[in-house]
Design a protein around this ligand. Structure first.
Ligand code: NAP
Length: 323
């Protein structure tokens, strides 16, 4: 037997159960991953709460839980291509990441070898948040010399967006609550409080103007950027739904370019990008993890861990600077 997070009805964290399930095995063309860590994203509990959203992703109850994962391939079925037993991998698997074992059909285009030197907890944070941040910046053609306003800069996506923008040579202003200002400064952003009057506060901070914006939380930052005269094609949003304000660019992780993850892992290995992990929870505490993230004041990422973790190699860059 092995464990998996499952839910049989749609709802809040209370519907998530950690169940003993028969141990799955790789069939023809499939691999089995022994999961070490699963990164948590708002999408995960959004799917569990909203049947219409789940349907868009082909998820029906009873359902598994979680998308981002890292672990090791421990079975390779006949004819499976691209993977070998013992290979460390990370990536995304829809609604089946939060389990001791998960089986994936090959070719698996959203799984990659985990680079040596990057631990499982960090690797499990990268696919959704890292790619979404990269897409939010490429959609607006971010370039050196830009003054970029990032909305929701301290969240799971924001921590990547801020650091990637700094690496690209931009000046970065990031919205956050006041208690988050020091955290954002350590990532390289100049903090500005979200809420009414945002455009005025940004104007004071950057009298020379803002040239681009990435809104990672609702629509407030996109609207402020429009009010500040930023052209809509230089404003992106990942959290505004299908009708973003004023013609700004709605984007998401699926729009990221093929090299984005390699750039992120390269920056981590070079010590240029850190992944702040706000909390790790053993999978048994998945409900607590979801409640924490759904409060929407987490700084960085939350990761579920599994007792079957075998990777004890030294990790780098797992904690935020100074946290
Ligand atoms: N389209 C896609 O492909 C895609 C992919 C990933 C995520 N998303 C969406 O992107 C959004 C961000 O995801 P995430 O993982 O970064 O979320 P998250 O980690 O839950 O974001 C938490 C952050 O939001 C900040 N925040 C709270 N209230 C805010 C407000 N009123 N205005 C601005 N910031 C506020 C918090 O800052 P303080 O603690 O300082 O309050 C906190 O640091 C979510 O809506 C998610 O669904 C979309």
């Amino acid at each position: 037997m092995s464990r998996a997070v499952v839910y049989e009805t749609f709802g809040g964290p209370e519907v998530l159960d950690v169940r003993e399930v028969p141990e799955p095995h790789a069939g023809p063309g499939e691999i089995r991953i022994r999961v070490a860590a699963a990164g948590l994203n708002p999408m995960d509990w959004g799917l569990a709460a909203h049947p219409a959203l789940a349907a868009q992703f082909g998820v029906t109850v009873p359902a598994g839980f979680g998308y981002d994962l890292a672990g090791v391939v421990d079975e390779v079925g006949d004819g499976a291509i691209g993977f070998s037993v013992g290979q460390r991998v990370f990536g995304g698997v829809m609604a089946k990441a939060a389990a001791d074992f998960t089986v994936v059909a090959t070719p698996a285009e959203t799984l990659w070898p985990t680079p040596e030197g990057i631990g499982d907890e960090v690797a499990a944070t990268l696919p959704v948040a890292g790619l979404t941040a990269a897409a939010a910046l490429s959609a607006i053609g971010l370039r050196s010399g830009d003054t970029l306003l990032v909305g929701g800069a301290a969240g799971g996506v924001g921590v990547f967006a801020v650091q990637l923008a700094k690496l690209a040579g931009a000046r970065v202003l990031g919205t956050a609550g006041e208690g988050t200002f020091d955290f954002l400064r350590r990532l390289g952003a100049e903090p500005v409080t979200y809420g009414p009057g945002l455009a005025d506060r940004v104007r004071s901070l950057a009298p020379g103007g803002v040239t681009a914006a990435a809104d990672l939380f609702g629509t407030e930052t996109a609207e402020a950027a429009l009010a500040l005269g930023v052209p809509p094609e230089r404003i992106s949003t990942v959290a505004a739904g299908p009708n973003p304000p004023g013609g700004v660019r709605a984007t998401g992780g699926v729009d990221a370019d093929h090299g984005a993850l390699a750039r992120i892992t390269g920056a981590i290995l070079a010590g240029e990008l850190t992944v702040p992990i706000a909390a790790t929870f053993p999978v048994e505490k998945v409900r607590e993890a979801v409640i924490l993230q759904a409060g929407r004041h987490v700084h960085g990422k939350i990761v579920l861990t599994f007792s079957l973790t075998t990777d004890e190699r030294p990790h780098r860059n797992e904690r935020s600077p100074g946290d």
